[in-house]
Design a protein around this ligand. Structure first.
Ligand code: MRU
Length: 340
């Protein structure tokens, strides 16, 4: 992803590892400050997942893969059995950081499988280092492919709605839903993006709008409740969102508010696409009903920037995600093909 710092444009990934340190673009600070959070061990990387320094399904997965590598590198005994036990504990710990995005679980199983085949602790450490990097590289490559394939769905002069942040910040690079949008822009198509601000954490207005600004892609931020209005007026002609988990029956779990957007899109005859790599597909689960939806702190709703906006005795409910049934989805853009 291109980032302009002091007038200079540089390419950044959202998460990467150098030595035993994991670097993360600190997403809590954007759009006002561009800072890299440097995590020294798996506990700090796990904290970064929980505190949403890194967020978005594929980025969480990549951070988890690097956390496993960090844990392996810190182990300083030679007994392989002890090592396996220790890594199982680490995996269990990381798993509990955020419950909904499947990529977290996918990345942990991927790493565990690779490490388990080692004959010695030293070999396991080497494998962990290499495979965590391979994992992140593959995510970036898959998101690029999603962009190249999905771009074909975007006609010149399209006005596209997106929800939450499904950009490079949510993956390692390119993004999921934002990847086709990026490629349409790179290919010279005239496009405009409607960005849902995405209450309560504002991933749209803080992160998606920042990414689009960095690349000079035309966009307008809208409040979450305005999408229906613009659809009815014919100002939106395509919707692309990401996913945190896709179940066997193709229910899509994504940021709270996605379901409503899908229903209004159908009502207005507007195509509704989901963009996701294979690491988001959970075919162990039959439908969205079986998913644990993260319920976050009510303070995210009751306060804005530390200032209470609701009456002292009011309470709030704050589910992070919702479930969009398959019948509202026109297609799913994967790295291999577009599933209709
Ligand atoms: O709570 P977040 O910010 O981690 O939620 C992220 C989303 O819901 C994204 O839309 C999702 O991960 C899709 S992009 C891969």
């Amino acid at each position: 992803m291109k980032v302009k710092i002091n007038g200079e444009v540089r390419d950044y990934r959202t998460v990467w590892m150098e030595g035993s340190e994991v670097n993360l673009i600190d997403q809590r600070k954007l759009p006002h400050k561009f800072e890299i959070y440097k995590s020294r061990n798996y506990k700090e990387t796990s904290m970064a997942i929980k505190e949403m320094i890194v967020r978005g399904a594929p980025a969480i997965g990549s951070a988890a893969a690097f956390a496993m590598a960090q844990a392996a590198l810190k182990f300083n005994e030679r007994d392989m059995e002890k090592f396996r036990k220790y890594m199982t504990g680490v995996e269990k710990f990381i798993k509990t950081r955020r419950p909904t995005a499947y990529d977290l679980f996918y990345a942990l199983s991927f790493m565990k499988e690779k490490i388990e085949n080692a004959d010695s602790v030293n070999e396991a450490k080497e494998i962990a280092k290499i495979e965590s990097k391979n994992y992140a590289n593959e995510i970036a490559e898959n998101c690029k492919r999603i962009g190249e394939l999905g771009e074909k769905l975007i006609e010149d002069n399209s006005k596209i709605l997106t929800h939450c942040n499904a950009g490079a910040l949510c993956s390692v690079d390119y993004g999921t839903a934002l990847s086709p949008i990026r490629f349409a822009h790179y290919n010279g198509k005239n496009i405009h993006v409607f960005v849902d601000e995405t209450r309560p954490r504002f991933q749209g207005s803080k992160l998606t709008a920042w990414e689009l600004s960095q690349e000079g892609i035309s966009h307008s931020i809208i409040v979450d409740n305005a999408a229906g209005y613009f659809m009815q007026k014919g100002e939106i002609n395509l919707v692309i969102v990401g996913a945190d988990r896709i179940t066997k029956n193709f229910d899509v779990i994504n940021k709270i508010g996605t379901y409503e957007k899908a229903v209004i899109a159908k009502e207005n005859g507007i195509p509704f696409y989901v963009a996701a790599p294979k690491s988001t597909f959970d075919f162990n689960i039959k439908s969205g009903k079986e998913i644990i939806i993260e319920e976050r702190s009510q303070d995210e709703i009751l306060f804005i920037d530390g200032i209470r906006i609701a009456p002292e005795n009011s309470k709030a409910r704050n589910p992070g995600f919702d479930i969009t049934p398959r019948k509202y989805i026109t297609g799913i853009i994967t790295e291999k093909r577009i599933l209709k």
